[in-house]
Ligand binder design. Structure first.
Ligand code: ZN
Length: 257
């Protein structure tokens, strides 16, 4: 799927909506309200439908996902391998996962990811740049960046969110805190940061958000359990969010979680 999507993308004049569609002959693109659904590919009627009521970057990812469905249906070898290997719901799941892989590869080609990593290293800045240049959500960019990162790095997208106060704390109004919204780890890193993990005050990620200045310094990974694992932290503030990378020591990355 990766190869198929990469080859499709390489032959396009660009990666804007019109260019993305230009490699598929005779397929119409229609934007319309679709309720809970993000989109669909209807091979019978030769149409890709995209839910017009979700965020633009999500529409863009969905378009790449539906294009991947079309590519998959056009690849008899890959399709028959899949049908040999899986069936029923499992087959559907595998196809959906593959189409997400295809979409990520299409929107974030190898050359772009390599360029960003070469220029900025495996940092919060690299994450922000990849998301911006590929016009995808930061959480999608984090997954793709982590895949291509050889150093033991955890990436996190952090934003200020409402957090529920402890029951019985006598405080009826929920507080706000900087929390992890999405996270992705390089291959071989056995840890993950759960969504909702609170970034403590004074952590470089919190300071970067307050000061609007990027920070790179020796600090720690604030695991939800309270454990603080030493890491080189690179925090890059962007609007109301902070893109963070945690470079773990060689020992920590290989330890059993
Ligand atoms: Zn799908």
């Amino acid at each position: 799927m990766r190869e198929r999507a990469a080859a499709y993308g390489a032959a396009l004049p660009g990666l804007d909506t019109h260019s993305l569609m230009s490699g598929l002959e005779g397929i119409q693109l229609t934007f319309m309200p679709m309720g809970d659904r993000d989109g669909a590919y209807d091979p019978e009627h030769h149409v890709i439908l995209i839910n017009s009521q979700v965020r633009p970057e999500r529409q863009r990812f969905t378009l790449a996902h539906e294009i991947s469905h079309a590519l998959l249906l056009g690849d008899d070898d890959l399709l028959s391998d899949l049908h040999d290997e899986y069936e029923g719901d499992r087959l559907e799941e595998v196809i959906e996962t593959l189409c997400n892989v295809g979409a990520a590869t299409l929107l974030m080609p190898q050359a772009l990811v390599t360029e960003v990593l070469t220029r900025f290293g495996p940092t919060g800045r690299a994450l922000a740049e990849l998301a911006r240049r590929a016009d995808v959500s930061a959480s999608t960019a984090a997954i793709r960046l982590a895949e291509e990162t050889t150093a033991p790095v955890l990436y996190a997208v952090c934003a200020v969110t409402k957090v529920e106060t402890e029951a019985g704390a006598g405080n009826e109004t929920p507080g706000k805190a900087l929390t992890v919204r999405a996270s992705s780890a390089a291959p071989g890193v056995k840890y993950s940061l759960r969504t909702g993990t609170v970034i403590p005050d004074g952590h470089p990620a919190a300071v970067a958000l307050d000061t609007h200045l990027p920070i790179s310094e020796a600090s720690f990974v604030p695991f939800r359990s309270g454990r603080k694992m030493p890491a080189q932290v690179d925090a890059y503030p962007e609007r109301q969010r902070v893109m963070v990378s945690f470079l773990l020591g060689a020992k920590e990355s290989g330890e059993k979680a």
